[in-house]
Every structure is written in C-alpha cells, then in structure tokens.
Unconditional design. Structure first.
Length: 196
C-alpha cells in the first residue's frame, strides 16, 4: 500500500496545481483599457500681415514677385492715403515704408508740391486704390522696379478731385530684412478709353 499512497499523494500534490494552472490558462485576459489622449485643438497659424514692417527672413535668397507686388501695392496706397486730422501720425507710419534717402526725397516732393499744407488747410481726405496690373521687374540683387497704377481721390465736404497716377517705385531690401522704397515717382496718366 505504500506505493499506492505515494502515487495518490503525488497525484494529490500535482493534481490541484495542474488543475489550477489549467483554469488560469483558460481564464480570459482582461480587456485592454483604451488610451485616451487629450489633445487641445491647435489653432491655425495666423497668416502674416504684409505691411511696411514685414520682415523677410535672412535665409530667403529670392523674394517672391507676389510678395513684392503685395508689399508695393500697400506701400504705394499708403503713400496716397491721408486725412487732415491725422496726417502727421500717418506720415510717421509711412516713414517705415521708405529707406532714409527715399523718405527724404518723398518728403521734399510732398512739401514742395504744397500737398501737406493743402490737406491740412482744406481739410482734405486723400484715398487711393489700385486700378490696373502691378508689374515687378528686377533691377539687380535685392532691388526691384515696381509699377503700381493708382486711382487717387482728394475730397472734402465741398469738392472731389480724381487723379489717375502711374507710380514707379524703386524698392530695395534692407539689411534688417524689411523692404524700403528708395525712390517714388508719380506721373499723371490718362484714363484707358474702351471702344464702344
């Protein structure tokens, strides 16, 4: 009986653990918990405003003609956008569109023409809009000749004068990365006549 007791004892010792292993192996694993990542919605990057202070990164070697056209359009229009009460501050802002020499030339012409005094004394508002195609032509590295056709209106409570101008800008890239008007020439032009 000793051998049967030993086998029974061995089966008793091995049995429950074998049975337990089998039960544990059959037991279904717990379902994985889903990982929920909370991500805050990212706001789209705002489109940079192209104005006289628009910086062109130093690593940009070739400046896009569309950028030059947009910049020159805004600078030319700002050069013909004044009102009597704010003309001094408007000129202060406009100075950012010019190089030092370009600004001196513009202010000399504006003063000699008597336009600043006329705007102040007659309480004029000067506004402008582009009325044709803007053309950009490279002159040399980082310099462009840009033609902007403008429709300029001078008005107050009593009068309204309209003038069509061809604006020729010589624009250069400053060491700071901004653009600047080196020279501005405004010449009167005739309205385009369309056949009937």
């Amino acid at each position: 009986m000793k051998p049967s007791f030993s086998i029974l004892m061995l089966l008793t010792l091995l049995g429950p653990s074998t049975h337990a292993d089998t039960v544990q192996a059959i037991k279904a694993p717990a379902a994985p918990k889903p990982v929920i990542e909370s991500t805050a919605p990212t706001a789209p990057k705002p489109t940079p405003v192209i104005n006289c202070e628009y910086p062109i990164p130093a690593d940009v070697v070739t400046v896009d003609n569309a950028l030059l056209s947009t910049w020159a359009t805004k600078a030319a229009m700002q050069s013909f956008d004044f009102n009597a009460p704010n003309i001094d501050s408007q000129l202060g802002q406009l100075k950012l569109c010019y190089t030092t020499q370009g600004w001196q030339g513009f202010m000399d012409a504006l003063t000699k023409s008597g336009n600043v005094d006329a705007i102040k004394l007659q309480h004029l508002t000067v506004s402008s809009q582009v009325d044709g195609n803007v053309t950009v032509n490279p002159v040399k590295e980082n310099q462009w000749k840009i033609a902007v056709p403008l429709h300029v209106v001078y008005q107050n409570e009593k009068e309204r004068l309209t003038q069509l101008l061809s604006i020729e800008l010589l624009v250069g890239r400053n060491a700071s990365g901004t653009l600047g008007i080196m020279q501005i020439i405004a010449t009167p032009r005739e309205a385009a006549v369309t056949p009937p």
